[in-house]
Design a protein around this ligand. Structure first.
Ligand code: ZN
Length: 222
C-alpha cells in the first residue's frame, strides 16, 4: 500500500450520482438487502479514472491489474454507508484478493490505513516488509488490522511480491558486479536511477521495493 492521489471525479458521476443514488434508495426501501448497480459504479469511465489514479494497480496491495480481474470496491462498505454507494471518494480499485475484505463489523474501516488518506510516512510507520513478507510495525494495531482486513499476507501475494523482489535483487546485484569490475565505490547516476525506478508509485509493490532497497542497499543512495 502507498498513498494514492485521487484524480477529479469523472463527469458521469457528477451528472448521474444523485439520480443513481435515488434509484438505489428506492430499491432499498423495498428490499433492505438491495445492492447498488455495479454496472453503474463500474462504468468504464469510472474504472478508467480509478486505474489512472493508481497507475493500474490495486489500491491496497499494489499488484498490477493488467490482465487481472479489477473490482470496484466501496472503501466504506455499502452495508455501513449506503449513502456513499456512488460517491467518487468511496470508490477504490481492487484486485480480487483485497476486495474480499474482512467486514466492518469485525475490523472497522476507521481502524485501518486508507490509501487515499494515509501518507506514505503514516503507511511506513504502521506497515513494513521483511523481504516480500508484509508485517505490522512493532505495536501497531493499525498495521496489523490493515493487513488482516485486506488479506495483504496471503501466500499468493507473497509469491507475486517474491517474484518482483528477485527482479529487483538481480538488478542490484548486477550493479554491484559492475562496480567491483570497474573498481568503483559508488553506482553511476544511471545505475542509481535504475534502482530508484523501482520505488516510483507507478511500479508494482513500490513500497516493498523502497523498504528493501533502503535497508539492503542504502550505501548506493548516499
Ligand atoms: Zn490487492
Amino acid at each position: 500500500m502507498r498513498y494514492i492521489k485521487r484524480l477529479p471525479e469523472p463527469d458521469i458521476l457528477v451528472q448521474k450520482r444523485d439520480e443513481w443514488q435515488k434509484k438505489f434508495e428506492e430499491k432499498k426501501a423495498k428490499n433492505a438487502t438491495a445492492r447498488p448497480d455495479s454496472s453503474k459504479y463500474g462504468n468504464p469511465s469510472i474504472r478508467e479514472r480509478l486505474e489512472m489514479c493508481s497507475h493500474r494497480k490495486c489500491f491496497y496491495c499494489e499488484s498490477l491489474l493488467k490482465g487481472e480481474p479489477k473490482e470496484i470496491d466501496h472503501f466504506i462498505e455499502v452495508a455501513i454507508a449506503p449513502e456513499l454507494a456512488y460517491t467518487w471518494t468511496n470508490l477504490y480499485l481492487s484486485c480480487s484478493n483485497c476486495n474480499d475484505k474482512v467486514s466492518h463489523d469485525v475490523i472497522p474501516v476507521d481502524e485501518v490505513l486508507d490509501p487515499c488518506k494515509s501518507s506514505d510516512e503514516e503507511i511506513r510507520a504502521n506497515i513494513t516488509f521483511e523481504d516480500e513478507c508484509i508485517c505490522s510495525q512493532p505495536g501497531s494495531e493499525k498495521g496489523l488490522k490493515t493487513i488482516q482486513k485486506f488479506h495483504l499476507n496471503t501466500d499468493l501475494l507473497d509469491l507475486k511480491r517474491g517474484k518482483w523482489l528477485r527482479k529487483i535483487m538481480e538488478t542490484a546485484i548486477e550493479i554491484q558486479r559492475c562496480m567491483i569490475a570497474d573498481k568503483r565505490e559508488k553506482p553511476t547516476q544511471e545505475e542509481k536511477h535504475k534502482l530508484l525506478r523501482y520505488m516510483q508509485p507507478d511500479q508494482p509493490y513500490s513500497m516493498m521495493a523502497e523498504i528493501f532497497l533502503r535497508k539492503k542497499f542504502q550505501r548506493f543512495f548516499t
